[in-house]
Design a protein around this ligand. Structure first.
Ligand SMILES: Nc1ncnc2c1ncn2[C@@H]1O[C@H](COP(=O)(O)OP(=O)(O)OP(=O)(O)O)[C@@H](O)[C@H]1O
Ligand SMILES: [Mg+2]
Length: 112
């Protein structure tokens, strides 16, 4: 199993969610976060306005997916989250040691 963590532009959330659900993704965790990439201290546009601040609002998506589906889902994410401008975000991929469905103790990919 892989954990895919994607930091995306807030205005892309609906499009990304639709693309992921279209690809058959089941579980997802979404949080509102703030961050910056390598343009720290430089101007970045958010909702049509230019900001000169350290930390901009972003959305973090976390999904744990079967190993065999990871590459495809990463492709769906990059395609739907990309505007082509700076600040589009980043994807980090982790190995997952175990998953457990609390309701019934199912484990591994059966628990996803
Ligand atoms: N190395 C990193 N570690 C953790 N979070 C990061 C890292 N790089 C970017 N992020 C997160 O992703 C968000 C978007 O980053 P961003 O797309 O601006 O990256 P970038 O490297 O500056 O690329 P670009 O040149 O396309 O803007 C940041 O606001 C931050 O929340
Ligand atoms: Mg940046």
């Amino acid at each position: 199993m892989k954990k895919i963590e994607a930091i995306i532009q807030p205005f892309k959330l609906d499009e990304v969610k639709e693309a992921l659900f279209g690809a058959g993704v089941d579980g997802i965790t979404i949080s509102e976060v703030r961050g910056h990439g390598r343009q720290k201290g430089h101007k970045e546009v958010y909702r049509g306005q230019e900001y000169q601040v350290d930390l901009l609002p972003k959305i973090k998506l976390e999904l744990v997916v079967p190993e065999a589906r990871a590459a495809e889902i990463i492709g769906v994410l990059t395609k739907s989250a990309r505007s082509g401008k700076i600040g589009d975000g980043k994807i980090f991929v982790y190995e997952v040691a175990e998953a457990i469905r609390i309701r019934n103790d199912e484990r591994g990919e059966a628990a996803l």
